[in-house]
Every structure is written in structure tokens, then in C-alpha cells.
Design a binder for this molecule. Structure first.
Ligand SMILES: Cc1cc2nc3c(=O)[nH]c(=O)nc-3n(C[C@H](O)[C@H](O)[C@H](O)COP(=O)(O)OP(=O)(O)OC[C@H]3O[C@@H](n4cnc5c(N)ncnc54)[C@H](O)[C@@H]3O)c2cc1C
Length: 266
């Protein structure tokens, strides 16, 4: 790893100011993606400095804000799983967080990191799409369905920090991840579904985590068989080291059927 300057701001205002004015600077939250990439020298452009957000109190915690739950961008998955508000109002998010890595990764990994890393296989991302989450940054609020704009590309400006994620209360969302093992597995297919409003959000089946719009339209008409047929046209799976496109297509349809059956049973 080449030498990188390590900057530890003491407040969010400080972090925002440093990020805007330091060329070649890269934010670091839990480091579970970035440290791996720095060691492998796959970060482009190679950062000259790392801005450590981990200890900033403003980016931590889970709180109720009017009719939503707001989660700090640098809150860990362990903190998210332990939150009563998440358990009570966002159980699908807790379920997704429990599938991420194992305890060590859950102690350090964050929603801000999962979002900014923008892997198509990021496990919280379909859940955030199904809840119509809002990504809050140091300067604006971005609806999640506008956030992912290409393979590992987001709507964030190069000097913009995610500060929190807001999810609405009162929505029922179901989650399922299919991987090789129960822990430490990258998703082959990961899905989150909401009945009302109809949301079908899927990861690992395209270059971005996506909403299956044709399937959602069929679900809106309560036509479950049409939704299951349509979802195969909504996704763009590829063959890769984890799976084949044909497998992902079949599994996507099976998982959708399973989640919709679970909804129907209440
Ligand atoms: C062994 C292992 C297992 C894993 N298992 C899973 C898994 O099962 N499912 C899964 O989805 N992921 C998994 N991951 C990936 C990783 O843990 C998650 O993506 C995690 O959410 C990243 O969060 P972080 O805080 O560690 O991000 P970091 O590594 O700190 O940062 C990731 C990226 O986000 C940027 N960033 C971080 N915070 C901000 C912010 N506030 N504003 C703007 N940019 C920011 C960084 O610059 C970097 O580009 C795994 C990783 C490892 C090493």
C-alpha cells in the first residue's frame, strides 16, 4: 500500500470543509470495502489522503424524525440490528444487516459505505429501494431510486458526503438473500419486496441494484403470476464466478414467488 495521509476531523462541519478542499481525499467509514481496495491497489484515482468519518458523532445513531427513521451514515450494522426502532419499524433492514459478512464486518460496516461503494450485490441496497429511502448528504436529499446511475457509479458529487439515510415508518417489506453460504457470502440474488406500494427491488442481477418496474406494475394490479413472469424481463443478469445468468433468472422468479406467498399468508 502506498503512503496515504490519514485525516481525522473532529466534527461533520470540519469533515465537509476538509473533503471539499483536499485534492485526492477519500472518505473512510468502517473501512471494510476501502481498506481491501487500498491494499489491492484497486482504488482509482489512488487517494493521497483518507478522511476518517468513523468517530463523528453526527454520523452515528438511529433516531425517529417525524414519520421516518433516520440512520447515521457511519452507524455500524451491529448498531442498526440492536436498534429498537429498526427492529420495530424496519425489520427487513435488520434482516439484511444480519446477512452481511460476519460479526467483525457487522461491527465496522456502515450503510453510508454500502451506498457509496454501490456494488450491485450490496445487500442493504434492495431494502433501501423497497422502502423508498432518502439518502441525505451534506447538501441535499437524494431519493434512492435516483442514486445508482451505473456500475458502481452514484449520483454523489466528488466532494459530497452521505450523512444519513431516512426510511419511512409504516411499510411492510420482506427480504431474502441467496448466496453460497449463510455467512460471508456475496449475494447471487438479493431481493426486497413491499406490497403497498408495490416495490420489487433486486441486487446482483444487473449492473446496478434495480427496481423491477414491469413486475411492480403487475403487482399493483394484484396479478402475481404476471409479476413473476415480468420480473425475468426486468433484470439483466450475467454469467460470473458466483453464478450463471440462467440460474439468477430462475432464482429471481422463485424468490419473488416465495416472498409474495409469504405476504399473502400475512
Ligand atoms: C469479509 C467481507 C465480507 C463482506 N460481506 C458483505 C456482505 O455480505 N454484503 C454486503 O453488502 N457487503 C459485504 N461486504 C462489503 C462491506 O462490508 C459493505 O459494503 C459495507 O457496508 C461497507 O461499509 P464501510 O463503512 O466499511 O465502507 P468503507 O470501506 O469505509 O467505504 C466504502 C466506500 O464508501 C465511501 N464512503 C464511506 N462512507 C461514506 C460517506 N459517508 N459519504 C461518502 N462516501 C463514503 C468510501 O470512500 C468508499 O469508497 C463485505 C466485506 C468484507 C471485507
Amino acid at each position: 500500500m502506498h503512503k496515504v495521509k490519514f485525516i481525522r476531523p473532529t466534527s461533520l462541519a470540519d469533515a465537509v470543509q476538509i473533503y471539499r478542499t483536499t485534492p485526492g481525499c477519500r472518505p473512510l467509514a468502517g473501512g471494510t470495502d476501502l481498506m481491501v481496495m487500498l491494499h489491492a491497489r484497486t482504488v482509482r484515482p489512488e487517494p493521497q489522503a483518507v478522511l476518517d468519518l468513523w468517530s463523528l458523532a453526527e454520523l452515528k445513531g438511529v433516531r425517529r424524525v417525524q414519520d421516518s427513521v433516520e440512520i447515521g451514515a457511519a452507524e455500524s450494522y451491529t448498531g442498526i440490528i440492536a436498534s429498537r426502532d429498526v427492529q420495530q419499524h424496519l425489520p427487513a433492514l435488520a434482516a439484511a444487516a444480519r446477512t452481511i459478512g460476519a460479526a467483525q464486518i457487522q461491527n465496522r460496516g456502515t450503510l453510508g459505505g454500502n451506498l457509496a461503494n454501490a456494488s450491485p450485490a450490496g445487500d442493504t441496497l434492495p431494502v433501501l429501494l423497497a422502502y423508498d429511502a432518502v439518502v441525505v448528504t451534506d447538501r441535499r436529499a437524494i431519493p434512492i431510486d435516483k442514486f445508482f446511475i451505473g456500475y458502481r457509479k452514484t449520483e454523489l458529487h466528488p466532494d459530497e458526503l452521505i450523512t444519513a439515510v431516512r426510511l419511512p415508518l409504516g411499510r411492510r417489506v420482506a427480504f431474502r438473500k441467496v448466496g453460497t453460504r449463510a455467512a460471508q457470502a456475496i449475494s447471487k440474488v438479493v431481493m426486497a419486496v413491499s406490497g403497498h406500494p408495490a416495490r420489487i427491488a433486486i441486487g446482483s442481477v444487473a449492473e446496478v441494484p434495480l427496481r423491477a418496474r414491469r413486475a411492480e406494475a403487475a403487482l399493483e394490479r394484484d396479478d402475481i403470476e404476471a409479476a413473476i413472469a415480468a420480473v425475468a424481463d426486468d433484470i439483466r443478469p450475467i454469467d460470473d464466478v458466483r453464478s450463471t445468468a440462467a440460474y439468477r433468472r430462475a432464482v429471481t422468479q422463485n424468490v419473488l414467488r416465495g416472498l409474495l406467498d409469504a405476504f399473502a399468508r400475512g
